[in-house]
Write a protein that binds this ligand. Structure first.
Ligand code: GLN
Length: 489
């Protein structure tokens, strides 16, 4: 067991006690990154990382991020460091400014050791569509399973023991679903809670900065640093920032938790059903009040279609600047249209092209009413239902995914309720801009499965407190590939 396998707060303690140094940690993280064969990195940042570690003076007792190595998903802008969002259309693009999230972590003296792979432009959920090919799940050394996406490389890095935390983005579930497949905590705070300045947009009304940690406490500590108004992002919130770790040991007694039965019942895996049921019983034993409710099946079945129409429409519009002229490689042609045609033909994978066709089709003036506006109206109905539920309870509690990490070649039936609902319900949190956290529930045949808690907007502190209570029940804090555990359920 190495110090690098611990949580941020534990590593911090070791740094303060001088049992290790930032240089040692950074060197070990880089060595592990090089030895890893999950295809998690776009780029390693060796020289700069070691220099930064060497330049640190005495440990800062009150700063848990001092000297802690981390990674950024490659859709965060990093000044002077190539940033491609795993898309060929951005090969060679070197940003001129830092994303606010990176600037804040740098200021706290955390050390960036690499940029990680993603599904191209953060669209997709498999971790197979980036220009570097499939990112594998570190839990499966045979490399037969997905780690999930789109934040695939960041998930792989934390669960493979390379870094204790990793930044990602979540538009539909891109941190919270891979967290389930990789045995991690994956947290998406409210929309606007963390500045998106320098995060490449996919669908801005749904995009959130999100991240992976090894336990709930680290997720809270990270929010302390990242939350807050940013003048570079007009959509960042003015809500006051709290000390998010303050209530983590509060008892669960009296907390109201809604279980959405019409999500849970679409899951066919009986082991997940059983462990989930046991976790509800344990929550109740601790004094939480579990309310079984129904969301409404029609609304649940409409999540995926609503998500696709809105996200693809916004993506088509936002990515109009990827025309082969402003960024990335230049593909010559006689006219602007020809240059753009060539760049987009060569620069985008099939998935991106398909999504841009859906987006453009939905935005055509003759289709707007029946597609784009209809999806927006339906989103409102869904959000109203969510808010109605969250006005009465402290959080919504459901399994994060219907299965362990799927095989890379799998053939799930895309119109089944299990796919439409159990595989896509995490987008509810994006529709409503709600804080939502995934954490490990159990291991099934040696592979992790997670659960998800979602709370009312800007109630991160309450949500993290509940999640910490649940983590005590599961016994699966700091579950990484190197640090396998049995769990309590
Ligand atoms: N799986 C979703 C999609 O395919 C989520 C993507 C995301 O959250 N970035 O778009």
């Amino acid at each position: 067991m190495s110090i690098l396998d611990l949580t941020i707060s534990e590593i911090h303690q070791a740094l303060v006690n001088k049992t290790t140094t930032p240089v040692e940690l950074v060197k070990e993280a880089l060595a592990r990154a090089k030895a890893n064969n999950d295809n998690a990195f776009e780029i390693l940042i060796e020289e700069q990382a070691i220099k930064e570690a060497e330049a640190l003076g005495e440990p800062e007792v009150d700063n848990p991020f001092w000297g802690i190595p981390f990674v950024l998903k490659d859709n965060f802008s990093t000044k002077g460091i190539e940033t491609t969002a795993s898309s060929n259309i951005l090969n060679g693009y070197i940003p001129l400014f830092d994303a606010t999230v990176y600037a804040k972590l740098k200021k706290k003296k955390a050390i960036l050791i690499g940029k990680t792979t993603l599904d191209e432009l953060a669209m997709g959920g498999t971790g197979t569509t980036g220009h570097k090919g499939t990112t594998f799940n570190p839990w499966d050394p045979k490399h037969e399973r997905l780690v999930g996406g789109s934040s695939c490389g960041s998930a792989a890095c934390v669960s493979a023991g390379i870094v204790p935390f990793a930044m990602g983005s979540d538009t539909g579930d891109s941190v919270r679903k891979p967290a389930s497949y990789a045995g991690l905590v994956g947290f998406k705070p409210s929309w606007g809670r963390i500045s998106r300045y320098g995060l490449f947009p996919f669908a801005p009304s749904l995009d959130h900065v999100a991240y992976f940690t090894r336990d709930v406490k680290d997720a809270a500590l990270l929010l302390d640093v990242l939350a807050g108004r940013d003048l570079h992002d007009a959509t960042s919130s003015l809500e006051p920032v709290e000390r998010y770790e303050e209530d983590l040991s509060a008892p669960l007694k009296g907390k109201k938790i809604a279980v959405i039965d019409d999500i849970v019942q679409t899951i066919s895996d009986q082991k997940i059903q059983l462990a989930f049921k046991r976790s509800c019983e344990e929550l109740a034993k601790q004094g939480a009040i579990i309310e079984h409710i129904r969301f409404g099946e029609d609304l649940l079945q409409s999540i995926y279609a609503t998500y696709i129409v809105i996200s693809c429409s916004e993506a088509t519009s936002n990515d109009a600047n990827l025309d082969g002229i402003k960024f990335g490689p230049f593909y010559p042609g006689k006219t602007y249209q020809e240059v753009m045609f060539n760049a987009r033909t060569k620069g985008f994978s099939e998935l991106i092209k398909r999504r841009f066709v859906i987006g453009s089709f939905s935005l055509m003036s003759e289709n707007q009413d029946i597609l784009f506006r209809r999806a927006q109206k339906n989103r409102r109905k869904i959000v109203n239902r969510l808010n109605e539920i969250l006005a009465k309870v402290d959080a919504i509690y459901v399994p994060a995914a219907p299965s362990v990490a799927p095989k890379i070649v799998s053939s799930s039936y895309k119109l089944s309720d299990e796919y439409l609902i159990a595989d896509n319900h995490l987008a509810l949190g994006n529709f409503g801009g709600l804080p939502s956290i995934t954490l490990p529930l159990m291991l099934e045949d040696g592979l992790p499965v997670g659960v998800n808690l979602t709370g009312a907007a800007f109630e991160e502190k309450k949500l993290l407190s509940l999640a910490a209570g649940l983590e005590r029940i599961t016994g699966l804090a700091n579950l990484s590939v190197l640090n396998k555990k049995e769990g309590n359920l």
